[in-house]
Design a protein around this ligand. Structure first.
Ligand SMILES: Nc1ncnc2c1ncn2[C@@H]1O[C@H](COP(=O)(O)OP(=O)(O)O)[C@@H](O)[C@H]1O
Ligand SMILES: [Mg+2]
Length: 413
């Protein structure tokens, strides 16, 4: 079935969040011309809500000013049958949410170097956005405010891209957030954001810290069941080091994360660039390298289920001679790649899929513990409401061949 939104043919609903529906579509033209794209429009149930409409216009106006390889590019903005829509580049790949959930489900942690590369991309895009001026040369003072794994897309071409400027704050926005209203996903929020204090770019730095910790460990940093406990942990800087959960992780990475996640923003990286450069330095010292080619191969292999082949082609470089940098056993980080599909037991039916009631994803710190933990995590991911996870895991559990290029169809934190 196909439908039209403005001049664009839409074929598939990709995601439906609280505010918007996202479709895969294309622009067609003479001579068989076709350009795939994504169309985002305000959810039908919100049609006529002036505030939501104005926020959507703000989202489009801000994103239109951003032209960067690590930010999803907007092509067009228009109105169709009383509803605004945004047309933007289609990212063929997966959300970071999928990358993390998949890594848990197949019991293969995201390789450290790729986790760092992805975080570096996000920071690169964010720093560009933070620094952007308007056309009169005035600083936009843009803050994304909603960095989380669902708002980062990893393309099969290997670049990570920031999307969803739906609650971004900037000098050109027309809808002002009422005092005391907090926007964003609170498990990725800095203390100042939770306190509804005036924000600056360091709130995004904090959120990237949360995302990188989660990418490395495989579970949310602030994962407490109780919201008060989340808030207390964020405000108190009370959280374990990533290396407590992933044995052999270089201590440098813990130090970087502590700096990004400092509850006092004056002690944090002062901007995304500083954080990014620290990551680049660390990457240079790792035994395995990462770049867009390798991230693209990694993500595509995970999506297509061809990891065994991918891994045999990946050469590791020798360890650098820096004892203080690399903890022993670093090579143990990536468990062996299974050549046969992993059997995953299907659990009994679990609870709801509220974005704030994520299942426990708590891998124990030892290698054996990690494996056991991962086997517990897989069913959790399965029942967390992620359509793709269900599709892929059922395929795995039944030993069916995995289907390529699955897409995340739900919006989660
Ligand atoms: N350009 C895109 N290419 C591919 N998938 C996208 C794109 N934009 C959004 N998506 C998918 O749609 C989801 C929701 O998009 P987003 O802009 O974050 O909407 P919302 O404001 O509802 O959160 C994303 O998490 C992702 O899965
Ligand atoms: Mg989103």
């Amino acid at each position: 079935m196909s439908d039209k939104i403005g001049p664009y043919e839409v074929t598939e609903l990709l995601a439906a969040g609280g505010m918007a529906e996202i479709f895969v579509g294309k622009k067609t033209g003479p001579g068989g011309f076709e350009k795939p794209l994504v169309v985002k429009r305000i959810h039908k149930k919100l049609l006529g809500d002036r505030e939501i409409e104005a926020m959507f216009v703000d989202e489009a106006r801000v994103q239109a000013l951003l032209d960067h390889p690590h930010i999803v590019q907007i092509y067009d903005f228009g109105e169709d049958r009383g509803s605004y829509f945004i047309a933007m580049e289609y990212i063929s790949g997966a959300t970071l949410r999928w990358v993390i959930d998949n890594a848990n489900a197949v019991r293969r942690p995201v390789p450290v170097q790729h986790a760092l590369r992805i975080a570096g991309d996000v920071l690169c895009g964010l720093h560009y956005a933070h620094e952007r001026n308007d056309d009169d040369g005035q600083p936009l003072k843009l803050i994304h405010r909603d960095i989380s794994p669902v708002n980062v897309l990893v393309a099969r071409s290997g670049q990570a891209k920031v999307c969803d400027f739906g609650v971004a704050k900037s000098e050109i926005q027309r809808v002002m957030t009422r005092a005391g209203i907090v926007k964003g996903k609170f498990r990725y929020m800095s203390p100042e954001q939770i306190n509804a204090d005036p924000l600056d770019r360091r709130a995004d730095v904090f959120a990237v810290g949360c995302v990188l910790w989660e990418l490395l460990v495989g579970r949310r940093l602030f994962d407490h069941a109780n919201e008060d406990d989340v808030v207390a942990a964020i405000r108190g800087g009370n959280y374990p080091d990533a290396s407590d959960h992933r044995g052999g992780l270089p201590k440098t990475i813990d130090r970087i994360l502590r700096r990004a996640l400092h509850p006092n923003r004056d002690k944090r990286f002062k901007n995304a660039r500083e954080f990014h450069l620290s990551i680049e330095e660390t990457l240079r010292l790792l035994p395995a390298s990462s770049n867009a080619v390798l991230v693209g191969e990694y993500v595509s292999a995970e999506l297509d289920g061809t990891v065994a082949e991918y891994s045999s082609r990946t050469q590791k470089r020798p360890l650098p001679e820096r004892e203080d940098f690399l903890a022993s056993g670093f090579e143990m980080l990536d468990p062996p790649v299974p050549l046969a599909p992993t059997m995953i037991a299907l659990p009994p039916s679990a609870g709801g899929d509220d974005v704030d009631s994520e299942p426990e994803l708590r891998p124990p710190p030892t290698t054996m513990g990690r494996l056991i933990g991962a086997s517990l995590m897989a069913p959790a991911a399965l029942f967390s409401g992620l359509g793709v996870g269900v599709e892929r895991l059922i395929g795995l559990a039944t030993g069916k061949k995995r289907q390529p290029a699955v897409r995340v169809t739900r919006t989660r934190q």
